[in-house]
Ligand binder design. Structure first.
Ligand code: GDD
Ligand code: MG
Length: 357
């Protein structure tokens, strides 16, 4: 891994995870007790890459305030800030001056994966490729970059978010670029690596290699995947070198107070200083620091923002609750409900199943 830099794209606005991403960018949201990005940084470090450049834009200061120079994680971190978002390709091009070597590993910042980075680099070298892509197979490829390959493992096309995908093989969001390929991306304007750079390279006859595997993989960009990914980390299904506790049915952080007869399972995280009341049931959920769940309340597959409150007997399922919001006793929040920060839903037997801002 000598001479290889890593670049992580973390400049997106995390729209699909609003309102959680109003206070922090998506890669900084806590998953299994640490920012999502910490899991990725630890995997990059454990693969032997120590120089990591973060391509930031939206709320850039949140990253540097938390990670500083990276020493606490045993890496050397550099930050390159886009004052206007340059898109994924523009973001890659924009870090050129911060790179030290001629081969670059590039990561989307919202993916949990078990990909063998050395194996991806080996394919890149063996194929003498200009760019190599990590691919995985998913049930529904429509939300991803669809990537058909030839029998000898070269990429034939790149079709971003195609409504009629020709294969279930998708872009898993980890790439190897030669410096020359990276510098071929135009500067000074937004560029989509998926819609412009990859199709352009292929049209120009560039060698783009594929590395397909079947290890753990999940994009945490939408609420259902965010809770599932966090639960997979807690249960040890998703690999990470940064878990703050032993794997198991639940992870309770410092100062968390869970009533003895409360049931917390399914890979739930109970954040710092959270309280879970008597008889409450919490399943596959993420409780950010300082949130509280009352007696006999039920929380399933949901995210509770910082300092939010679910009062006695309320039911919260497949929902996202903003920081400091309060769900009154008896309220039922079901599939797809999102509560904006600091909103108070008064007690009562009311059911919400769409946006309730
Ligand atoms: N620096 C920078 N600047 N980063 C950006 C920008 C930008 O303008 N826009 C997005 N990003 C970052 C996001 O923060 C995220 O980490 C990454 O680029 C990908 O953006 P997403 O918004 O998460 O894209 P997606 O999930 O819809 O699709 C992408 O990922 C899929 C795999 O997870 C594409 O690369 C698909 O082709 C791919 O299948
Ligand atoms: Mg994504």
């Amino acid at each position: 891994m000598a001479g290889i830099d890593a670049v992580v794209l973390v400049g997106g606005q995390g729209t699909r995870l609003r309102p959680l991403t109003l206070s922090a960018p998506k890669p900084m949201l806590p998953t299994a007790g640490v920012p999502l990005l910490t899991h990725l940084i630890s995997r990059i470090r454990d693969a032997g890459v120590s120089h990591i450049v973060l391509g930031t834009s939206y709320r850039a200061e949140v990253f540097s305030d938390h990670f500083g120079d990276g020493a606490a994680l045993g890496v050397e971190l550099d930050y390159v800030v886009e004052s206007e978002p340059l898109g994924t390709g523009g973001g890659i091009r924009n870090v050129a001056d911060a790179l030290r070597g001629d081969t670059v590993l590039i990561f989307n910042g919202d993916v949990l994966s078990g990909v063998d980075l050395q194996a991806l680099l080996d394919v890149h070298e063996r194929r003498r490729a200009e760019v190599s892509l990590h691919l995985t197979r998913v049930e529904d490829p429509r939300a991803f970059g669809c990537v058909p390959t030839s029998p000898d493992g070269l990429v034939e096309a790149f079709l971003e978010k195609d409504p009629n995908p020709v294969t279930d093989q998708i872009n898993a969001g980890t790439y190897v670029f030669t410096r020359t390929a990276l510098e071929s991306i135009p500067t000074g304007r937004p560029v989509s690596v998926e819609r412009e750079t990859f199709p352009g390279l292929l049209a120009a006859g560039a060698r783009v290699a594929a590395y397909v595997d079947a290890t753990y993989w999940r994009d945490l960009g939408k609420p259902s995947d965010f809770v599932a990914g966090s639960a997979d980390l807690v249960r040890g299904i998703a690999p990470s070198g940064a878990l703050p506790g032993p794997v198991g049915e639940r992870l309770c952080l410092e100062g968390a107070d869970v009533a003895t007869d409360a049931e917390v399972r399914g890979g739930s995280t109970v954040g710092r200083d959270c309280r879970v009341g008597a008889g409450a049931r919490v399943e596959g959920s993420v409780l950010f620091d300082g949130s509280r769940i009352g007696a006999n309340a039920v929380v399933r597959r949901s995210v509770l923002g910082f300092g939010s409150v679910v009062e006695d007997g309320a039911v919260v399922e497949d929902a996202v609750i903003g920081d400091g919001a309060k769900i009154g006793s008896g309220v039922e929040l079901l599939a797809g409900a999102r509560v904006w920060p600091s909103v108070m839903l008064p007690p009562g037997s009311i059911r919400f199943s769409s946006d309730s801002s």
